[in-house]
Write a protein that binds this ligand. Structure first.
Ligand SMILES: NC(=O)c1ccc[n+]([C@@H]2O[C@H](COP(=O)([O-])OP(=O)(O)OC[C@H]3O[C@@H](n4cnc5c(N)ncnc54)[C@H](O)[C@@H]3O)[C@@H](O)[C@H]2O)c1
Length: 363
């Protein structure tokens, strides 16, 4: 199957603006959109990790360095590029950092999102927005059931709470400004769980911490070994975002809503379990459990119920937990030991597996 025909051929030649393209998920999304034949522009702060995935990929597209809090700069980009769809991924994305920098976190994640909505309203070419928030947007009751899209928003730490706020903002803008039949924009929000995959070197995230230490043959100190999360490969939620974008660009209003994109329940693993499985693919990975009692509060049990996206959007993950962990760890092992960047190859394998499994976006 020709790659540009995936997602109903929606993205071929489409002007897609990706905010946060210098980050982990944004750089993968740009790589995939480029394969799909889209006309892509990125808008983000300069990369803040060394190495950085976007830099390693050397993809040929227009990336603009700017702050989403700078309304004038944003307006200029929208005016010049005239995007048809905006994938909004720019965010202060780290829980621990948010405790030390709450103002920056709320400004970026709430006011920054507000700016994206306002500028989109003023730009007639924009037909769709996919606003990426998080599974952490829900009021976490630490229970064994998955959260559904209509559960209350909440968030204990500033990051999670800022994502709950971004969801409330999304609902308000959808009802107040994007809902009239005369309006040109359909707005959806996407809530995914803990995402892994090659090319993430962010601070205080488990897999980056494990592989960075492995590369220099050191042990990683892990916090909260019993904390259980929905781990998924970055391409799984991205396939959900691209499905949403496809429906919204088709003018299907029922999809202008909130959507969970999580893994199968078997992929809900504790920090210790995923660390052990990661080690089975790269023996240099070693860890010790941190004895530091001063750790900030972090969610211990957090799962998503994805019945709505499974049934209505017909989205399901492609890779199971074992494939997800294997692809992720092999990506880093190949990078550190052979200098190879497997991103394009991972996307191709993912698409082939999705075609074989007859996923809705490949039919
Ligand atoms: N990685 C995960 O496990 C995960 C899980 C759930 C949700 N999310 C959400 O997905 C989105 C992308 O996450 P990620 O892991 O790629 O994060 P990341 O930290 O790797 O990237 C964040 C991106 O946002 C940009 N950015 C930050 N502040 C900005 C500002 N003020 N102006 C312009 N750009 C700014 C950065 O430059 C970078 O490009 C975020 O909204 C994040 O909250 C991530």
């Amino acid at each position: 199957m020709e790659v540009s025909k995936l997602f109903g051929g929606t993205y071929k030649g489409r002007r897609c603006l990706v905010t946060g393209d210098s980050g982990f998920k944004g750089s993968w999304l740009v790589a995939w959109l480029t394969q799909l034949g889209a006309d892509v522009k990125g808008y983000a702060l300069p990369p803040n990790t060394e190495p950085n995935h976007r830099t390693l990929l050397q993809t040929d597209y227009g990336s603009i360095e700017g702050n989403i809090l700078n309304l004038d700069a944003l307006k200029a980009v929208f005016e010049e590029f005239q995007p048809e769809i905006v994938f909004h991924l720019a965010a202060q994305s780290l829980v621990r950092y948010s405790y030390d920098n709450p103002i920056e976190t709320y400004q970026t994640n709430v006011i920054g999102t507000l700016n994206i909505f306002e500028v989109s309203l003023q730009t007639k070419s924009v037909k769709a927005i996919v606003n990426v928030t998080s599974d952490k947007c829900y009021e976490n009751k630490e229970w064994i059931w998955g959260y559904r899209e209509n559960d209350p928003m909440g968030g204990h730490d500033p990051y999670s709470s800022s994502k709950g706020c971004a969801e409330l903002l999304t609902q308000s803008y959808r009802k107040s400004f994007f809902n009239g039949t005369s309006q040109h924009i359909l707005l959806a929000s996407a809530r995914a769980g803990n995402v892994i995959g090659g090319g993430d070197w962010s601070q205080d995230r488990l897999i980056p911490d494990l592989v960075k230490a492995a590369a220099i043959q050191e042990e990683t100190e892990i916090r909260n070994p019993l904390a259980t999360r929905p781990w998924q490969h970055v391409l799984d939620p991205l396939s959900g975002y691209l499905m949403l974008g496809w429906k919204l660009l088709n003018g299907e209003r029922a999809f202008a809503d909130g959507w969970n994109f999580g893994p199968d329940l078997s992929s809900n693993l504790s920090v210790r379990e995923i660390s052990d499985e990661a080690k089975s693919f790269w023996s240099k990975i070693n860890y010790v459990v941190s004895t530091d009692k001063k750790n900030h509060h972090e969610a211990n049990l957090l799962m998503l119920d994805c019945s709505k996206s499974n049934k209505l959007l017909k989205w399901t993950p492609v890779w199971d937990r074992s494939e997800t962990i294997k692809k992720t760890i092999v990506w880093y092992k190949d990078y550190y030991e052979n200098g190879v960047v497997n991103t394009q190859q991972d996307i191709s394998h993912y698409v082939q597996d999705a075609i074989r499994k007859k996923k809705a976006w490949t039919l």
